[in-house]
Design a protein. Sequence first.
Length: 34
Amino acid sequence: MTNTIKLEVVVKAWRFRFIKLDFFGLEKIQNRVP
């Protein structure tokens, strides 16, 4: 059980990271385009 819980936490953390990167990337693109 502990292993599955750890895996879920890692996956959630990675997803949050990718979402953050995508958000900042979109923000940069919006700033470039008037």
